[in-house]
Design a protein around this ligand. Sequence first.
Ligand code: FE2
Ligand code: FE2
Length: 248
Amino acid sequence: MSLYAIGDLHLHFQAELKNRAQLKDRAWKNHEKKFKKNCEKLLSDSDTLVLVGDHSWGRNLSECEEDFAYIMNLPGRKILLRGNHDMFWDAKKTAALNEKFKGKLAFLQGNYYSWNDYALVGTKGFTFEGPFYLNGRGQIMGWDIKNAEHAEKIVNRELVRLRQSFEAARADGYQKFIMFLHYPPTNILEDSSGFTKMAEEYGAEYVIYAHSHGQSRFHDSIIGEKNGIQYRLVSGDYLMWEPLLIKT
Ligand SMILES: [Fe+2]
Ligand SMILES: [Fe+2]
């Protein structure tokens, strides 16, 4: 009955791989084989595995079929969160996806799933990622104001979805929460954000996120304990394709 998480599988059994960096980085060599092996070693069918977004390079459901088949064949209950590259997933049609894959895969976006006496809540999230303007010493001197304003709108929309998720769980009597975001909860300029504040407001025990992959991005946000909440980065290449045990 353990809870595991990992993100950014970026599978491409059918779809053409768009991120050339993924081909060059050794961490991604045969990553789907390593991940499957690790899952089979660690998980049993009574466990829950949350996949924290960026599942597939497929542009629509039919281009993701083999990627979904691979995920469905992994041991345990699989819950998928929406990532920025998940083109198959229309944010307004999460209920339809849950209907289509009923009993096989569960899709988390503004709804919630139970795990023991915890509610697993979540949404894609969002963070402003620049461009940032640096001086010769690599210090941030400014950033793209227009992009930052646009990001704020998306952040606010995602906060509404996250609150829906918490409120749905709370209305059903849940008081213990584990919160999932695809994007990091803060960007490199922030100590806190609407996401960290909401985690604190509802008393989430964990905030689990992905999206930051590649060595240079691993420390973009909070890792470890902050204000009583445990923050964990679970992008696949950070974990070297071994799902992280969150709780037993
Ligand atoms: Fe990703
Ligand atoms: Fe991402």
